[in-house]
Design a protein around this ligand. Structure first.
Ligand SMILES: [Zn+2]
Length: 356
């Protein structure tokens, strides 16, 4: 392991620049004196950095603020459209690409179905980031969908929590972990891969080859498989009616049946929520983060799924820890994966990573 050495002049400049940018990003419009107060930098340093940022188009002057006795101070703000980011969600069914500004606002979206199209080598071990950087000569960042979404929830929600775990519960299950305002990858880039931890040793075979992984009991696939079995066995339930009308059940069908009083649907949903709660308890115990956010198609089930997750997580964790932790559905701030892809680049390139 290399021992860290003192910051170079260039690193100090980059750090100061990130501090000023963050002050503008989170608290603008704000005066130069205000930035100096927030950041602890001298007014001279702030003046130099601001001049550079204005030159780069990342900041601009926007009139004068109220006077506190002397001359009214000039206010500065961050320019949201100073750079546009191309964010691409490489989904299983479709690729979605969006042009996103530095505030996470999506300007344009295009979507193309994958339709079984594949690359030369099945995209196995493909150095996609290097290929993009080489071909287009622009910065490129990559992450999986649950990590990207966690970063989007961190960067674009207000107030911002320095630590959070965002769990995507859809066809698969994965968590993104943000610690001290930065995405935590783990030593082998595997942090948050909770979908294939075994929660039911006697359970069904998983697509990974093991038995009883979290995905086999708590993912949308698991819920829909059980709902389908129940509908076929019972034949006279609301789920069965939905199945015969649609050939294949969706999460919306399960929710609708549950809302209309179908007890089987409710039981299946609560059981899936409890299994997820068990995994959440493990995360709370290890990380002691205050905020757990759930998203993905299964999170659309809302209640009583959410209560089942909360109850089971509380039942299985140390009382004090679980009392301090909130488990909530993701804020409705937009397409989390696409916004997360832009958040990755924004935090990496502009240094907007220091937690509020
Ligand atoms: Zn598995």
């Amino acid at each position: 392991m290399a021992f860290p050495t003192k910051a170079t002049h260039q690193q100090t400049r980059a750090y100061n620049s990130a501090l000023v940018l963050r002050a503008l990003y989170d608290f603008g419009p704000i005066s130069r004196a205000g930035v100096a107060r927030l950041s602890g930098l001298t007014r001279t340093t702030v003046g130099d950095v601001v001049a550079q940022l204005i030159g780069d188009g990342l900041a601009r002057e926007v009139g004068r603020g109220p006077s506190t006795g002397g001359k009214a101070p000039i206010l500065l703000e961050f320019v949201d459209a100073a750079r546009l980011v191309i964010a691409v969600d490489l989904g299983e069914q479709a690729f979605r690409a969006a042009i996103v500004d530095l505030r996470g606002q999506i300007r344009r979206v295009v979507e193309r179905p994958v339709e079984g199209v594949d690359g030369d080598r099945d995209w196995q071990d493909l150095p996609l980031g290097d290929l993009l950087r080489d071909r287009y000569d622009v910065p490129a960042e990559l992450a999986n969908d649950s990590r990207a979404a966690a970063l989007a929830i961190h960067l674009f929600s207000d107030p911002r929590s320095p630590n959070l775990v965002a769990i995507k519960v859809g066809r698969g299950i994965g968590a993104g972990v943000v610690l001290n305002g930065e995405l935590f990858h783990g030593d082998g880039f595997g942090a948050g891969e909770i979908g294939h931890t075994v929660v039911d040793p006697d359970g069904a075979e998983c697509r990974c080859g093991r038995f009883g992984c979290l995905e086999t009991v708590a993912s949308s696939r698991a819920i829909l498989r059980r709902a389908g079995e129940s509908a076929r066995e019972r034949g006279d339930t609301l789920l069965a009616a939905r199945l015969s009308a649609n050939d294949e059940l969706t999460i919306d069908d399960v929710r609708a049946a549950m809302d209309d009083g179908d007890e089987d649907a409710r039981r299946i949903v609560v059981a899936a929520g409890r299994y997820l709660g068990q995994a959440v308890a493990g995360l709370i115990g290890v990380l002691d983060v205050e905020r757990i956010v759930l998203h993905g198609s299964v999170a659309d089930l809302g209640e009583p799924w959410l209560s089942a997750v909360r109850d089971e997580a509380a039942r299985r964790s140390l009382g004090l820890l679980s009392q301090q932790t909130t488990i909530e559905l993701a804020p409705q701030i937009g397409d989390l994966v696409v916004m997360g892809a832009s958040a990755l680049l924004i935090t990496a390139e502009l240094g907007l990573t220091v937690a509020r």
